[in-house]
Design a protein around this ligand. Structure first.
Ligand SMILES: [Zn+2]
Ligand SMILES: [Zn+2]
Length: 320
């Protein structure tokens, strides 16, 4: 059963999927459902492919569509939408940082194709491509993969970001993303890398100490609008960033990667959103995690003990 309920205290939609309790976890014996193998207990049988997409068998959205009983006084609806898994490679040990530029460019192309296809569903309002790497951020299967959620509503964080972008455009006539690219290049202190197509930087006010954003320098709203040259440049910068993260503390740094595209339907779909890829590693030091606790959960007020300019310098020193 999958159900969306609106929290009357915040207006946020929360997804409930009790079938997800049964989802597989990677076995201690090395069994992995995403490695090619026997179709009885593996998602894919053959290994002759580069990038593979399939529907999540234990989806948070778009699961068994049982219309929930109405809850008097509250707003609820079936959790329509889609949840897909994108396998980056048949090889269990591969990852974004080591796949190579060609393969990562192919992954980006697949993200773009799936985002475009999912946007055709008239029930879908917002799409999020993301990757959770590491147990610290809830990844239950180590095989290199990302996910794509297509929501039948615009989630609250995206509403908040789109409203900020809309307000900026209303007061200045400019795109916020284009302006951030210009500001960061001019300042330079938070820039990690740049080329003709992509800027990689620690944002001015990140929520996580080693958060990094990648933006196309040209005004691009969606993945599908990237040119082949931009896709390749973005792939090269993604590889370099993940390799840099892995040298920061000398271990594979866990992270959440988010691909921010503007909503496809609803009142915020027309906002001049600028494509942005954000990496949020939970570590604030080699042996300490940034815990989302009282102030963050209770007030949405993040506290960070590393200045963004210092984080950028440490990341630059980790080599490119
Ligand atoms: Zn595997
Ligand atoms: Zn722009």
């Amino acid at each position: 059963m999958s159900e969306l309920r609106q929290d009357p205290w915040s207006g946020e939609w929360i997804s409930f999927s009790d079938h997800r309790q049964a989802r597989p976890l990677e076995g201690a014996d090395g069994w992995c459902p995403f490695c090619p193998g026997d179709p009885a207990d593996h998602e894919v049988a053959d290994r002759d492919w580069d990038v593979m997409v399939f529907e999540n068998r234990f989806p948070a959205l778009g699961g068994p569509a049982t219309w929930p009983l109405p809850h008097p006084g509250y707003a609820s609806r079936p959790a329509r939408g889609h949840a897909e898994v994108v396998l980056y490679a048949p090889d269990h040990e591969a990852e974004l940082g080591s796949l190579g530029v060609e393969r990562v460019a192919r992954v980006i192309e697949v993200w773009a194709d799936r985002s475009t296809a999912l946007a055709r569903d008239p029930e879908v309002q917002s799409i999020l491509v993301f990757e959770n790497r590491g147990r610290e951020v809830g990844a239950t299967i180590a095989h290199p993969h990302g996910q794509i959620y297509a929501y039948p509503f615009v989630p609250s964080r995206i509403v908040q970001q789109m409203r900020a972008a809309e307000a900026f455009t209303r007061s200045s006539g400019l795109c916020l993303g284009c302006e951030v690219v210009a500001r960061e290049l001019k300042d330079g202190r938070r820039v990690l890398a740049q080329d003709a197509h992509v800027l990689v930087h620690v944002p001015f006010a990140p929520r996580f100490p080693y958060e990094v954003h990648l933006l196309p320098r040209r005004h691009v709203r969606r993945l599908a609008e990237l040119s082949a040259a931009e896709r390749r440049a973005l792939a090269a910068q993604l590889c370099r960033l993940v390799a840099r993260y892995d040298r920061l503390f000398g271990f594979k740094l866990p992270y959440v990667m988010l691909v921010h595209e503007p909503p496809v339907r609803g009142p915020l779909a027309g906002v001049a959103g600028h494509l942005r890829i954000a990496f949020l590693p939970p570590h604030r030091a080699a042996d300490r995690l940034k815990v989302v606790a009282g102030s963050e959960l209770g007030a949405g007020a993040f506290l960070t003990d590393v200045l963004p300019e210092v984080a950028a310098e440490r990341l630059r020193q980790a080599g490119s």
